[in-house]
Design a protein around this ligand. Structure first.
Ligand SMILES: C[S@@+](CC[C@H](N)C(=O)[O-])C[C@H]1O[C@@H](n2cnc3c(N)ncnc32)[C@H](O)[C@@H]1O
Length: 199
């Protein structure tokens, strides 16, 4: 598939008033795996500029709740059942707040990406740290039976992370969505049915 074809997603996002072409990756995963449902409580980590949130708010509807967190401000008018926070996911106060005020979540999404340096081992190591943090947040805020979707840059950390997820969740899937650029190292792991604290 050519780069030009991939750019079709960019044009499509503009036409369909989505904030980023990234939305089509989540849409594809949702259409195939139905990880989110009407009424779900969802946490979106690394949510800016907000295209995953635009899509998610329509899937969960007014009986659901969506919280988006990012280092960057998320500047968009979302529905009444959506809240945004401008925070670093490594901030321990943020995690306490999530546990106290927003948990439990049915689904946690992470499309987080580090600032890339172009040095593959450094970028995949930073991406892995973001995934490990998302996994740690999920351990204290995800409901038993809940689902976690994470983006990771493929590198030497990938297999250990996948193994950990297999231990903690009933089912895992490794996904390269069609809208993900073929020359990009990013890949998604969908971990379904969190086994809960006993795991
Ligand atoms: C690819 S973008 C997410 C796009 C988003 N899914 C959308 O559809 O609009 C990755 C985001 O991860 C965020 N990010 C990276 N490190 C973070 C951290 N430590 N805490 C919070 N957000 C972080 C970045 O600021 C960036 O906005």
């Amino acid at each position: 598939m050519s780069y030009q074809y991939q750019d079709h997603y960019f044009e499509r996002a503009k036409k369909e008033h989505f904030l980023a072409r990234a939305v089509y990756k989540l849409q594809e995963i949702q259409n195939k795996h139905r990880l989110m449902r009407k009424g779900d409580r969802v946490l979106d980590l690394g949510a800016a500029p907000g295209s995953w949130m635009q899509f998610t708010q329509t899937v969960i509807g007014p009986s659901g709740h969506l919280l988006g967190v990012d280092l960057q401000p998320i500047e968009h008018n979302f529905a009444a059942w959506v809240v945004t926070l401008e925070r670093d996911i490594f901030d321990p106060d943020l995690v306490r707040m999530l546990e106290r005020d927003y948990a439990p979540f049915n689904v946690i999404l992470s499309d987080m990406a580090p600032k890339t340096s172009g040095i593959k081992v450094a970028d995949s190591a930073r991406s892995a740290l973001l995934v490990e943090r998302a996994m740690a947040i999920a351990e204290t805020t995800l409901a038993p039976g809940g689902h976690l979707l994470v983006k990771i840059f493929q590198g030497s950390e990938f297999h250990e992370i996948l193994l950990q997820l297999k231990r903690l969740y009933g089912k895992t899937r490794v996904i390269k969505p069609d809208a993900s650029r073929k020359n990009s190292k990013e890949i998604y792991i969908l971990a379904l049915n969190h086994r809960g604290p006993a795991a």
